[in-house]
Design a protein around this ligand. Sequence first.
Ligand code: B1M
Length: 213
Amino acid sequence: MSERSEILQRLSDAIVELDIDAIPRLCEEALEAGVPAHEAVIDGMAKGMEVVGQKYEDSEYYLAELIMAGETMKEGMAVLEPHLRAVEMKSAGRCVIGTVKGDLHDIGKNVFASLLKAQNYEVIDLGVDVSPEQFVEAVREHEPQLLAMSALLTTTMGGMGSVIAELERQGLRDGVKVIVGGAPMTQEFAEEIGADAVATDAVMGVRIVSGWA
Ligand code: B1M
């Protein structure tokens, strides 16, 4: 195993083991070894999150472990976020972003927002559990070029369609590009709700929107 893949594996393992004390040091080690920050997030810590999710499905982990895994990943993000500058792209514009109503998952959204900021986007983050009315109001107020919505639950992703329908109803849809993201997204879903693009990982998402700039 190369040094890089060994470090990525250790990052993933630390998330699975909920090792909140070790994660900042491991992130520092990854950076020192020349691993780009976005790779440490996506190919390291987020891989561990997939294992955590699987353990939760297998009833090996419970809600307490999900919470702890989220906290552990946030500790790692605190170290890596200032270094999320590795994706080379031109761009700039304004983006309104949020996690849809009923959904409290924000780690992936925050990764996407950090990467956008690193590309000189002005990011207006509405947080989690954002209602269609709040999204539409923010689009009216801030007139962004980009609206980015995140959802991790299959039960909440439908809310994205309500936002787009409301933008259309209020005559705001043509002025903004819409990208939807999160693990349960599919191209078919994005087409069905009338989104301009879909991303199941944050780097992919930033590449897509950079192409629009
Ligand atoms: Co929850 N949870 N969770 N959870 N949680 C999942 C999503 C789940 C898949 C676990 C499982 O069962 N395997 C499952 C959803 C099942 C489903 O809908 N089919 C689930 C469940 C069921 C739940 C609860 C219902 C549990 C309960 O209460 N019984 C509950 C719901 C609460 C709510 O939202 N109303 C719940 C709660 C939580 C915590 C709060 C404890 C915590 C979140 C903490 C937080 O976000 N602050 C949590 C966690 C940590 C997870 C897992 C383990 C990890 C998610 C994560 O942060 N991954 C997750 C299992 C999994 O994902 N395998 C799970 C790391 C992150 C970097 O990845 O968020 O996928 P991700 O983001 C990626 C891409 O998706 C993409 O880029 C990121 C990086 O590449 N991306 C975008 C995301 N948004 C984007 C937007 C873009 C572009 C790309 O543009 C707009």
